[in-house]
Ligand binder design. Structure first.
Ligand SMILES: NC(=O)c1ccc[n+]([C@@H]2O[C@H](COP(=O)([O-])OP(=O)(O)OC[C@H]3O[C@@H](n4cnc5c(N)ncnc54)[C@H](OP(=O)(O)O)[C@@H]3O)[C@@H](O)[C@H]2O)c1
Length: 332
């Protein structure tokens, strides 16, 4: 019988998403290496405390026992089966990505970024279609405690898998199946999807204009509705959805309804008791952290809409107000 070799996984980025995926790969039996910026190396090497919110109890679970690297050169002589990219969309751009993909040999590249141009960035960096598996993140994870949270005995990464929402993956059949199997084995909900590259762009198109509206409304739903920003966000979401439809075709069923602010609010109100974290505070913390990504997505919808001759007035208004709110002056 052939010896069974341990799955080797390189997780790029050891932030909120990276820690969770890495832990579950390890729980599934994989040997995990974290690829981090040099400034985080010592901190990451000490390991992490995590709080899986789907489980009862508030004791932190320890996650360590992985390797840490901070440069593609350190990968020389190593073999990886899967390389998971957990960094934000803007962070994909840079000389580090082609270096890393070259160093990763024949490994499957698993990308979680939903940006409309991210696949071409990946292709240009050497991640060919034949080895690229694309996924969508359906979990929520954050540095706990959030402001006002008192339930955690010490700081750690809290995370939650929403029920009935496994992270979808698609790509070359064998490679995709291997990614899903490894994650599921470690308890991370994952499923096969027909076409993630097609579907991934739509949820962001609806979400990003609302998130800008929320930021302009002071990160509370009430403030956002009272100041009229929620309605503006809804108009922006419709415009962005039309831009993505123009580029990718039909939107997933039901998504268009969320561009109606009233339906969105009603949905959030109904879901709130099921979500085991303070949603508005999480949104503020998370989307302040990845604020450059929100801005990049918004600018992308505007540029693509303009060149297709589609209306983008609400998106432009959101972008202009966002620039002023962030202290950068009016946008063009
Ligand atoms: N957290 C969530 O609940 C959630 C949910 C859905 C989707 N997402 C998406 O997932 C992506 C990651 O989110 P996150 O919450 O994990 O962000 P995060 O906590 O900021 O983690 C990303 C990590 O990657 C690091 N990084 C950036 N470029 C790198 C590079 N070249 N090499 C190595 N490490 C690098 C970042 O370092 P620096 O801090 O120094 O830049 C950061 O530590 C974002 O696009 C986000 O919108 C997150």
């Amino acid at each position: 019988m052939l010896p069974v070799t341990q799955l080797e996984v390189l997780v790029v980025g050891a932030g909120s998403v990276g820690q969770v995926f890495a832990r579950h790969y390890q729980l599934g039996g994989a040997r995990v290496t974290m690829f981090v910026r040099d400034k985080y190396r010592a901190e990451v090497a000490r390991g992490f405390d995590l709080y899986p919110l789907n489980k009862r109890g508030r004791a932190a679970v320890r996650f360590d026992g992985f390797d840490v690297v901070a440069d593609a050169k350190e990968l020389a002589g190593r073999r990886f089966d899967q390389v998971l990219l957990t960094v934000s969309s803007p962070a994909l751009r840079g000389a580090w990505l082609p270096e890393l993909i070259r160093a990763a040999g024949e490994a499957t590249i698993v990308a979680l970024q939903p940006g409309l141009d991210d696949r071409s960035v990946l292709a240009a960096a050497g991640a060919s279609e034949a080895r690229l598996v694309q996924g969508m993140i359906s979990l929520i994870s954050y540095h706990a405690p959030l402001p006002g949270e008192t339930r955690f005995p010490k700081p750690g990464m809290a995370y939650w898998f929403p029920p009935l929402s496994p992270s979808p993956f698609s790509g070359p059949a064998e490679r995709t199946a291997a990614v899903i199997a490894a994650l599921k084995k470690g308890g991370l909900p994952a499923k096969q999807h027909r076409d993630v590259p097609h579907s991934a762009g739509f949820p962001s198109a609806v979400m990003m204009p609302y998130l800008v509206a929320l930021e302009l409304g002071g990160w509370t739903m009430r403030g956002t509705a009272r100041t009229g920003k929620l309605a503006l966000g809804g108009r922006g979401a419709r415009e962005a959805l039309d831009v993505v439809r123009h580029l990718l075709g039909r939107a997933p069923f039901g998504l268009g309804a969320l561009t109606r602010p009233r339906l969105l609010r009603a949905g959030l109100w109904a879901a709130r008791p099921l979500i085991p974290l303070p949603l508005e505070i999480y949104l503020k913390e998370h989307f302040t952290k990845v604020g450059d990504q929100t801005r990049e997505f918004l600018d992308g919808y505007i540029a693509k809409g303009r060149s297709a001759g589609l209306p983008v007035a609400a998106l432009e208004q959101l972008a202009g107000e966002l620039a002023v709110a962030r202290g950068g002056g009016a946008a063009n």
